[in-house]
Design a protein. Structure first.
Lengths: 343, 343
DNA sequence: CGGAGAAGTGGAAGCGCTTCCAGTTCAGCG
DNA sequence: CGCTGAACTGGAAGCGCTTCCACTTCTCCG
């Protein structure tokens, strides 16, 4: 039926051609010790001439190392993955993995079917390690992964517990920066749009913001939860605007939600930043291009991806890398300028 | 060093426990014929009790089917992958793959190192099939993939030639829709922002737009190339505004570039759509939320991903699926309304 | 009731690579 | 010049699963 796939040369053929044993050939290829210089070179030549590439399945079977890691993104929000945040993480992960010979398996584990596949993937040892992102609440994925006794790196802390390996951004610190900034520029009636309340990142950013305000002695007028999407942010802003007194500043736990908030504010004829200052979180490319450009807490998203991958590789190699908290800082733009806006 | 990974049960153990031969167990598990009902059930029970999951490496070695496909995104533009377009494609691919037991390997093949890895991946038959996206010019990736005599599905036609399997959107038709719409709403001084000139998609959209205008007897005042990014679009618009006479409509070959154009127009104090109508291409979520909301050619991006995956699965199974051109349509919003804007 | 063909059965041979183990070889030294 | 330990060598035993093949057992029909 299918065209016979032209068979690739095997290690045996290489060995034969080089006039050495298969053992020697294997050693030469993996440059292991105990091969004479001469044989090593003969093997190298044969490899080149035959265009030999080792068969990963066979290697995996023999070594119990499959040469792949999986990045699982778990989220119920269907649109969430569209957030460029993930793209950026993937770019980072991919960059780090490029230095190794590990492939990246991407798994969107939102649906029940997806979770099932994830479990199967773990149990069948189809990957040498796992990166987990965007876990909600007590998402079973985390436990599952750890039970599989594969190295697991968390991207962002899960709601409960502290895993052995994780990379996160300094969410609390970043949120405090946002609070400080708003207060310092004269805002006194701040509100916040947080994310799903069952995610650690939402909780932590809210805590940080609240703390920051408390230290400054400014009350938080209201909190509404979005779902980290633009739509969610717009809706949350709508609800916040219904409160009294009217807010003069809003901190959104993601840029996407901040952009949604901008939209709602515009709809209500409110000016940004004159009437309401807006601060987001993430600082991806799009934040620079909103109208007005968005003041936002910057976190090194690509680096986050890179570090996750690096940490995982370390763990796979048997080291015990330390968890990492990446720094955040404020990118001040026009939606919440340094100086108080004069209306 | 590393903790002994608790060994998973093997097929032999399952067979033993079920009191059948390994052959029978294998057949039962893959529900192949030639197994009696009784044995089949005995095996199923044993599998359940032991929590057996077949070892993919061993299966791959024996069957020459690895159970994975690769999605390779090739692009020199570093920021391009951040376009939600790709995320949406991935969601589609992932959804289609979820129905099968194929894993998705994601490969960002921008760097030379990435390309090298891609080639190695192909030659080592680490995947059963390939999906290729965002090829530039005479990108060698396409040929490489086809030479590996693995099924290859192209997402979007490559610049030259027509591959056996591909999924594309009706770019030409979509662009004509844009032209028609602008002309019908009274615009007479249109310009265009195209993509990299060495991509088929840019060329085709430009052709379509040009054709549409020609049929309507309206001249195209200018074309500038962006690079499918927001920045590129903004810069192109800048150049276009330098021309005489001033344009009253602009068609951008992607939403990202259209958004960039909006920004530039705003900077120049031009009103959209009163002074200049803007039409984009893609119609992802963000198009709905620009200011003003973007009129844009809609293409079913997620479906594109799904169809690519489905087509690839078909090809892997030995069928010969037909190439697919997905329909496009116009999403009319305020940046280019139906009726001529009165200034 | 005999025989043909379908269905069921399991031993054994791989799939392609790594690695243990039991030697060999060889340089260096007293 | 014999001896010792380090450095090579390669045969063979897996890694866990599929599948060919040679039988054996049913089923059903004339």
């Amino acid at each position: 039926m299918e065209p016979t796939p032209k068979r690739m040369p095997t290690l045996d053929e290489v060995a034969q051609r080089a006039g050495v044993s298969r053992t020697a050939a294997s050693r030469a290829i993996n440059n292991a010790p105990h091969v004479s210089r001469a044989k090593r070179e003969a093997v190298e030549r044969a490899v080149r001439e035959l265009g030999f590439v080792p068969n990963p399945s066979a290697q995996a079977l023999a070594t119990r190392r499959v040469g792949a890691v999986v990045l699982a993104v778990s989220s119920d929000e269907p649109g969430l993955f569209a957030d460029p945040f993930f793209a950026e993480v993937i770019v980072g992960v991919s960059a780090a993995l490029e230095q190794t010979d590990l492939e990246l398996i991407l798994l969107l584990a939102n649906s029940p079917r997806g979770r099932e596949r994830f479990e199967r993937l773990l149990r069948s040892r189809r990957a040498d390690g796992v990166m987990l992102m965007a876990l909600r609440g007590d998402d079973p994925l985390g436990r599952l992964a750890e039970e599989a006794d594969l190295p697991v790196v968390f991207g962002g802390l899960p709601l409960a517990g502290e895993p052995r390996w994780y990379v996160d951004a300094d969410n609390r610190g970043g949120a405090r920066l946002a609070a400080d900034h708003l207060v310092r520029s004269g805002r006194r009636r701040p509100v916040m749009i947080t994310g799903q309340v069952d995610t650690r990142v939402a909780v932590t950013r809210e805590q940080g913001f609240t703390e920051g305000l408390k230290l400054a002695g400014v009350p938080l007028l209201g909190v509404e939860a979005g779902d980290f999407t633009e739509e969610g942010g717009a809706a949350a802003m709508e609800r916040l605007l219904a409160g009294r007194p009217a807010p003069d500043a809003v901190f959104a736990a993601s840029d996407a939600m901040a952009i949604g908030a901008l939209r709602t504010l515009r709809l209500h004829g409110l000016r940004v930043p004159e009437d309401v200052a807006v601060v987001g979180f993430n600082d991806l490319a799009s934040a620079r291009h909103t109208n007005p450009p968005l003041t936002t807490v910057h976190q090194p998203v690509r680096a986050l991806g890179q570090e996750m991958a690096r940490m995982l590789v370390g763990a796979i190699e048997g080291h015990d890398p330390s968890p990492l908290i990446l720094p955040t800082r404020l990118s001040v733009r026009e939606s919440a300028p340094d100086v108080p806006a004069r209306a």
